[in-house]
Write a protein that binds this ligand. Structure first.
Ligand code: ADP
Length: 485
């Protein structure tokens, strides 16, 4: 199947300085449809030369109309963009379903979230301000929140639209000019975003998109001396390289590197209310979610009940073509499928209590894996420690609050956690002790709402995206101390 294309941009182009241009080397990369394994289209093989042109275009934008625009005007451009995205939700969802293999309903939710980010940040643009500070007699001191300048955004393939919304959205709000390097496995909605941004009236160079390989275009962006801030979402290993490269230029980085997030289910929990959250947060986007709840920790007194309820639901799960809109689509690539498969092969000693089914009509060249639920998994097992990034969840019993906490905090990650309990004191106590950037009580938001600051501790990364907090990270604070005695 070839690409069904509801936009006018050329998928093989870069978007630089308000123009659709061929990459400098004229080379293309192949993009595949994960539901079939077949080539979907060709995309630009952007390289260091294109990154350099894009950084220069972004700097020109800062020196021109974009840099002179008021906060109110930036907010209006974002509002216009949000409306265009909202009007094109179905088109964006269809593009994402083909590119990422994301079931249509989930792709639609991502497009709606992108519109919502634009809406949220459009309203925030002229409401972020500095302070006046009490100081010595004869002084007036105030702070200014200024853009960093050119910001680089290196994003993964799992949630392109949501990550563009949270990262690029916040950067534009504060007046930065953006160079976006989408993942080589999925970059079409990043290009569609650029098309819509141009229609919304953003000046040339405010937003630039250069598709290409991580080791080339991504590495060039993270090391570029004209970039003043890098936002990266992806693997721990690549995050470390990006931070090292940015360190050479002593610029700040925001890293969001995934996790091994746990939901803690206590003996007094409302199990029926918890059940959809326990499962969906694990299998959403075929488990390819940084904040996937891949570990379910359950008090021993209700352990067998929860395991058997989850197992029953796992048996109902169907995997298939993204356009067929089952609860689970394919993984992004053959390589990702092999990676998940090797985790499963190395778990043959474990107790797999249930698995879902691949739809009989699904293409056998698509990148499908069955969802699998493992119970009684030892805490030190790879499946309980490492990020699988596939539809695999583990369930583990605990004896008391301290045991639950030790298990929950017992990985090198710390992104999201959830507490299912009706005991208010326990909720407050554990929320403080859980090592995570977000804690949900009697709910779970994989990624959460646009208003809620998000990010990790430990190997989950550092810096905060989303909400107002992101705007502080996307700006540099200047203190002005005026003496006037
Ligand atoms: P994954 O393993 O999920 O593909 P990566 O962390 O490798 O995750 O990729 C996330 C993003 O980082 C993608 O846009 C990718 O192209 C980019 N990337 C990969 N390697 C590098 C690198 N060495 N420097 C900068 N960006 C990179």
């Amino acid at each position: 199947m070839s690409l069904s294309m509801p936009f006018t941009f050329d998928p093989g182009a870069c978007f630089i300085g308000g123009q659709w241009v061929a990459p400098a080397n004229r080379e293309q990369l192949s993009l595949s449809n994960p539901s079939t394994g077949a080539e979907l289209c060709q995309i630009a093989h952007g390289s260091a030369a294109d990154i350099d042109t894009a950084v220069n275009a972004a700097q020109d934008a800062l020196d021109g109309e974009w840099g002179r625009a008021t906060a109110l005007q930036r907010g209006r451009w974002l509002a216009a963009l949000g409306k265009l995205v909202q009007d094109r939700v179905e088109d964006l969802a269809a593009l994402e379903a083909q590119d990422v293999g994301k079931p249509l309903t989930q792709a639609r939710a991502d497009a709606v979230a992108l519109a919502r980010y634009c809406e949220f940040y459009s309203g925030a643009a002229d409401k972020v301000h500095g302070d006046t500070l009490p100081y010595l007699e004869g002084y007036t001191v105030y702070t200014l929140r200024e853009p960093h300048g050119v910001t680089g955004h290196i994003i993964p393939w799992n949630y392109p639209m949501q990550i563009i919304g949270r990262s690029v959205g916040a950067a534009l709000t504060m007046g930065n000019a953006v160079v976006l390097k989408p993942a080589e496995q999925a970059c079409l909605t990043a290009l569609a975003f650029a098309e819509l941004a141009q229609q919304a009236g953003f000046p040339p160079g405010a937003i630039n998109v250069v598709p290409g390989l991580g080791a080339e275009a991504g590495a060039a962006l993270s090391a570029h001396t004209g970039v003043q801030h890098i936002s990266f979402t992806g693997s721990v290993q690549t995050g470390m390289s990006v931070q090292q490269a940015a360190g050479q230029n002593v610029i700040p980085v925001t890293l969001e590197l995934g996790g091994k997030s746990a939901q803690l289910v206590f003996e007094d929990a409302d199990i029926e209310a918890a059940m959809p959250f326990l499962i969906n947060a694990g299998i959403q986007n075929a488990g390819q979610t940084c904040s996937a709840a891949s570990r379910i920790l359950v008090h021993r007194s209700i352990y067998s009940t929860v395991v058997s309820k989850m197992a029953k639901q796992y048996q109902q799960l169907r995997v298939g073509d993204a356009m067929q809109d089952f609860s689970i689509g394919p993984l992004i690539s053959e390589q990702q499928k092999q990676r998940v498969q090797s985790f499963i092969n190395n778990a043959s000693d474990l107790n797999c209590v249930a698995e879902g089914q691949i739809d009989s009509a699904a293409s056998n060249t698509g990148f499908f894996v069955k969802p699998m639920l493992f119970a009684d998994v030892p805490a030190e097992h790879a499946l309980a420690q490492q990020e699988v990034f596939g539809p695999v969840q583990v369930v583990m019993p605990f004896d008391d609050d301290d045991h639950a906490l030790a298990l929950a905090n017992g990985t090198e990650f710390g992104l999201v956690a959830a507490i299912w309990s009706r005991d208010g004191a326990r909720q407050m106590r554990l929320a403080k002790k859980l090592r995570a950037g977000q804690v949900f009580i009697n709910n779970y938001g994989a990624g959460g709402g646009v208003e809620l600051p998000f990010g990790g501790v430990g190997k989950s990364g550092h810096g905060r995206e989303k909400g107002f907090e992101a705007l502080y990270g996307m700006s540099a604070l200047k203190t002005v101390a005026a003496r006037h005695d």
